[in-house]
Every structure is written in C-alpha cells, then in structure tokens.
Design a protein around this ligand. Structure first.
Ligand code: FES
Length: 178
C-alpha cells in the first residue's frame, strides 16, 4: 500500500471513530435528559400530592379504623370532646344526639380547635368559624366541617373514621341518637 493510501485509510478510520464517539455522547446526553425529566416530573408530582388540600385526609382516611369513643353517658349534652385517633371531635348536641366532626377546616385544611369560651370552632389560619354542628358561622370556609359516621351499639359511641363525609349544610338527621 502506498503512503498516500495509508494516510487516507487512517484519516477515514479517525473520522469513523469521531462519529462513533459523537453518537455515544449524544445518546448519553439524551438518556440523561430523559432520566432528569422523569425525576423532575416525579418530584413535582410528589410535591403536588403533598401540598394538595385534602390529600393528607385522603391518605389518613384509607388507613383509619373504627374508634370506640366511649359510653354514651360519658359525654354531656352540649359538649365537644377531642379525639386524637382519627382526628375528630365528638360533639354531643343539646338534644343528646352525636356528631363526629373531622378536624380539618374546609377552607384549606388547617386543624380547627374548639374554643370553649366562645362555643365555636375557630380556624387559626384565616379565621373561619363553625358552630357545634360544624355549620359555618363565618367564611372563608365554603361548607360545614366534614363528618365521620357515628353509631351507637350497646351503649357505646363508635366512630368510623375510614371516610370523611362531605356535606353542604347541617341537617338534624346527620346527628345520631342513642
Ligand atoms: S384554612 Fe381555615 S380558614 Fe383558611
């Protein structure tokens, strides 16, 4: 082989090597971009799920169980008793009936404390207020506090915390009597 032909074949091989290296580089860059995009999308989705109002209650609702609140007589009429498990208040109305009120404000989900002196729930976030039945007394809360299903068996008040019940307004039929 002449010297010219050898040089030509060597430069051809160099070009092929360069092209192969460029192809590898561009493949790796594309793969990294895809992986980065997927990781970013996953992160954004998780952040959205965490911040979405109500998401925490849904997660909790899925794993919650039946809470035995106690004997009927333990609760005075016109009283509100907090329960940590299930995050609800057991309200006994003046007529002796029961409501289990979920603690999350229906505005943006802050925990709403019962303020006994004022006989109302007052949200610390944007000052929504609810009466003992969970009815909105002052906005921005758009609807009453959610309920949990209550049943009374053998003199015991039991609260099913598996699914908060949304409602548009308070109706006496929502309250459970013994
Ligand atoms: S979260 Fe309760 S008033 Fe806004």
């Amino acid at each position: 082989m002449t010297r010219g032909k050898k040089r030509q074949s060597r430069s051809g091989k160099n070009r092929r090597d360069k092209r192969a290296a460029q192809t590898r580089r561009s493949f790796l860059t594309t793969a990294w971009l895809w992986l980065g995009g997927i990781a970013l999308a996953e992160y954004l989705w998780l952040a959205f799920e965490f911040l979405r109002p109500g998401s925490r209650s849904e997660a909790r609702g899925a794993s919650a169980t039946l809470v035995v609140a106690g004997p009927v007589d333990r609760f005075e009429p016109n009283s509100v008793t907090p329960f940590q498990e299930g995050r609800f208040y057991l309200a006994r109305l003046a007529d002796g009936s029961f409501l289990a009120l979920f603690r999350e404000c229906t505005h943006l989900g802050c925990t709403v404390p019962w303020v006994a002196e004022e006989e109302r729930f007052i949200c610390p976030c944007h000052a929504s207020a609810y009466d003992i039945t969970g009815t909105v007394l002052s906005p921005p809360a758009p609807r009453p506090l959610d309920l949990y299903a209550v049943r009374i068996e053998h003199g015991l008040v039991k609260v099913d915390t598996s699914e908060p019940i949304h409602r548009r307004s308070f109706d006496p039929s929502q309250a459970v009597r013994s």
